[in-house]
Design a protein around this ligand. Structure first.
Ligand code: AVJ
Length: 329
């Protein structure tokens, strides 16, 4: 069985097959306003560009989160306890995971769940070298869909879902609550969720993080079109579109759009899609929370915040959530 091989990536059979990409793109472009899902960013090129975003001076999120891990990973590992099964949603390059794995007390398994198969394979290959005794059970799947987690090699004391990077911010409030609820089910009674949450702050600081001067974020955004061209043979002309990211203070989120620079037509499979000049298609939300906002969101999902780690300027937070009933017990 592939799920118990230390290095075999098991493919969730409910993951959308590549052919569905055409349908997903056609469906999103038929909406008014047009909208494409943000997970489409993360093909191999997109994942590499995201890693580059994390190194931009304006993108404070990664630096803050790594600093928090650096300062607190030991304490976090103590709180998680021994014989944890660590399930990571959207594992990407796993830089922060490494900092956690180093401190965990006899972990049972590491289960990275990642939609992008090549980055998943590479990160597991690297982690296997660094943690040769830790069973790795990678799962190539969309973590927002129901998951079939591989059977662990021995019984864990606790399943902890690790969800770093403030990826939760990509979900609107209602979907975020649904996703947290799903994690709550997967982790069981004794489980927990270790989650990175970006905090509300000066809008100028937030906006700069999504409009880096080197233009890496713009390239990352437009790579979504390049990816569709590569994989479904659409004919987006990249120079005829622009990246736009604005902070919406009422909604507390960055709203990223791809804007058509002129009136144009694009072929998506057999359909012609018309764009007006300046027409904006929505590709990503990155929601920002106050600590109180996030506690309320967690409560909606039947979760309670057990612990928060944050920097002195409250730029970013790491939070440990447990079932709401578990705290009062
Ligand atoms: C990986 C979803 C947390 O929203 O900050 C970075 C993705 N998009 N720059 C974010 C992203 C543009 C990132 N997350």
């Amino acid at each position: 069985m592939s799920s118990v091989q230390p290095c075999g990536v098991s493919d969730d059979d409910r993951r959308p097959p590549v052919n569905d990409l055409l349908e997903i793109a056609q469906r999103g472009l038929a909406l008014k306003p047009k909208r494409l899902p943000s997970w489409l960013f993360y093909d191999e090129r997109g994942s590499a560009l995201f890693d580059e975003i994390c190194e931009q001076p304006e993108y404070y999120l990664t630096r803050c989160e790594i600093a928090l891990m650096d300062a607190h990973a030991q304490r976090i590992a103590d709180i998680l306890g021994s014989e944890v099964r660590l399930v990571e949603y959207g594992s990407g390059n796993a830089r922060k995971t490494r900092m956690l794995l180093e401190h965990l007390h006899s972990p049972v398994a590491y289960v990275p769940v990642e939609i992008s198969s090549e980055p998943l394979r590479q990160s597991v290959e690297r982690l296997t070298k660094e943690f040769p005794r830790l069973p790795m059970q990678p799962l190539c799947a969309d973590f927002s869909k129901p998951l079939r987690l591989p059977i662990p090699p021995r019984a864990p004391r606790r399943t902890v879902v690790y969800f770093p990077g403030s990826t939760i911010g990509n979900f609107e409030n209602r979907e975020a609550a649904v996703l947290l609820r799903k994690m709550r089910n997967e982790m069981g009674d004794a489980g927990g969720i270790l989650i990175g949450v970006d905090l509300k702050k000066d809008p100028a600081v937030i906006e700069a993080a999504y409009n880096d001067r080197a233009g890496v974020t713009a390239e990352f955004t437009l790579n979504m079109l390049a990816r569709l061209n590569r994989e479904i043979g659409s004919n987006f002309e990249l120079s005829a579109f622009a990246h736009r990211a604005h902070y919406n203070p009422m909604a507390g989120r960055i709203e990223t759009h791809i804007v058509s620079r002129r009136e144009q037509q694009v072929k998506i499979g057999r359909v012609n899609v018309a764009f007006r000049e300046d027409e904006a298609m929505q590709v990503e939300y990155s929601c920002k929370y106050s600590l109180a906002d996030f506690a309320a969101l967690a409560a909606r999902a039947g979760l309670a915040v057990q612990q928060v780690w944050t920097d002195p300027e409250q730029m970013f937070s790491l939070q440990y959530l447990v079932r709401a009933s578990a705290l009062t017990r």
